[in-house]
Design a protein around this ligand. Structure first.
Ligand code: HEM
Length: 440
């Protein structure tokens, strides 16, 4: 390619990226800002779902009814209605950008380069409906049966032990960088045949690409996230090439060699593989670090766990309920529907406040109290519900239970020792940095 051709191609690429940003981020960003200025109660929550007053806003919305419609936006703040929408055939994911009218969504799809397709662009499982979704889900679900997950416990414990042993001689460390992020990336990496030397690159790219789950990114954030997505896609293509030449006993090797009706094309394989990979480490890191931060603020709850380690499983669900790593998701009505007595027209976009639903007093007594012995903690919808119910829920629960129990067994005096810093992502809620000291 000559220098002029190179320049022209870079200019074309930038123009396409600007079109993608405008459609997928700029339009919703402008609409949200306008709605916020007009006093819309839902818009601030969508712009910043993890804000300090998010739960108070969700409580206020819930008092207004099961579905709160404000102009173009619709919010579902309660448990029963969110569950009903997620389980209903009348609603779907709307091509992953449910807030956009269908003709703009089609245009967005046309200007999206295959290598830059993110977690909410088709054919990601999060962005397609049945029957396409059913096909991908069936292929991946074979690797995540409870039987498969249960046998991972020893491997998870081994990995946790190695990480903790390396920290034993250090007085303090950043829990996120040294433990909460390292365990999930090692576990999912092993499941997908990833070379351990690639893990830190994946964490870095995954962190930036996770921004693509947030609505209304700035141009700068969008470019950063897209570049990371392209880096992930290129890494993935090379990784699959290696696996095809020398298949291992891992999920990706099995998916890569499927034939006949089950065969996935390159774009599908990348979408499925990268989603499982990134979902595997981008969320569990938040679960583990949210738990440590919460237990630090609730020492009496931590004492109960130290006294009875069998409680760890329930404690993990209480953390998922109380400080949900995925704050919200979206659905679109594909036909007129009635949810908890509220009539909704075809095309209505709904924001399902998963974190808000997990504080619904109709389901959870005293919902704003963190209690590791809560009898129905597991009734939360932090893993969503219906056909998109998290594929990795069993694995995430197991990883967190093992990671936390072993962390406090090794360092009974562990405490937060500096100012924690929240992640900059909005739909995903967790910590960027959580300094801890491990003295007696
Ligand atoms: C604390 C940890 C996790 C949380 C809170 C979480 C949460 C979620 C949520 C809320 C959804 C559905 C979103 C929607 O309905 O629109 C989802 C889907 C998904 N999750 Fe997770 N997740 C976690 C861990 C994992 C892990 C460890 C894996 C992989 C091993 C994983 C893989 C997936 C996949 C593949 C989907 C798409 C399922 C589908 O569309 O059918 N997740 N997750």
């Amino acid at each position: 390619m000559s220098p002029e051709q190179g320049l022209r191609s870079a200019a074309r690429e930038r123009a396409a990226s600007a079109a993608r940003w405008g459609l997928s981020q700029g339009l919703p960003r402008g609409a949200l800002r306008l709605a916020s200025l007009r006093g819309d109660p839902v818009a601030p929550l969508l712009m910043d779902p993890g804000r300090d007053d998010a739960m108070a806003i969700a409580d206020g919305l819930r008092r207004r009814g099961p579905v709160v419609l404000t102009g173009a936006l619709g919010a579902v703040p309660g448990h029963a209605a969110a569950n009903a929408v997620l389980r209903s055939d009348s609603f779907g994911v709307g091509g992953g950008h449910g807030e956009l009218p269908p003709h703009l969504r089609r245009l967005l799809d046309r200007v999206t380069r295959d290598r830059a397709r993110g977690p909410v662009d088709p054919p990601s499982m999060l962005a397609v409906d049945p029957p396409q979704h059913t096909r991908y889900r069936r292929l991946v679900a074979k690797a995540f049966t409870p039987r498969h997950v249960a046998v991972l416990e020893d491997r998870i414990a081994e990995t946790a032990d190695e990480l903790l042993a390396a920290l034993a001689s250090v007085g303090g460390f950043d829990l996120v960088a040294r433990y909460a992020s390292q365990l999930p990336v090692a576990v999912i990496g092993d499941l997908l045949g990833v070379d351990p030397k690639d893990r830190q690159d994946l964490l870095r790219w995954g962190d930036s690409a996770a921004l693509l789950l947030d609505p209304g990114l700035s141009w700068r954030q969008f470019r950063e996230a897209e570049r990371a997505m392209v880096a992930l896609a290129d890494w993935f293509t090379a990784h699959v090439r290696r696996l095809r030449a020398d298949p291992g006993d891992d999920l990706l090797s099995r998916l890569a060699v499927l034939g006949g009706d089950d065969a996935l094309d390159e774009v599908e394989l990348r979408a499925v593989g990268l989603l499982v990979l990134a979902a595997g480490f981008e969320t569990t890191v938040s679960l583990i670090s949210n738990a440590v931060a919460l237990l630090d603020r609730h020492p009496a709850q931590l004492s109960k766990l130290k006294g009875d380690p069998d409680l760890w499983g329930n404690a993990v669900d209480e953390v998922l309920r109380y400080d949900s790593p995925v704050q919200l998701t979206m659905r679109v009505a594909y036909e007129d529907a009635v949810i908890e007595g509220v009539r909704l027209g075809r095309g209505q976009s709904l924001i399902l406040l998963l974190a808000g639903a997990n504080r619904d007093p109709a389901v959870f007594d005293d919902p704003h109290t963190f209690a590791v012995t809560r009898p129905n903690a597991a009734d939360h919808i932090a893993f969503s519900s219906g056909v998109h119910y998290c594929l990795g829920a069993g694995l995430a629960r197991l990883e967190a239970r093992v990671a936390l129990r072993m962390l406090y067994e090794r360092f009974p005096g562990l405490r937060v020792s500096g100012v924690p810093q929240r992640r900059r992502t909005r739909v995903l809620r967790g910590y960027e940095r959580l300094p801890v000291a491990v003295g007696p």
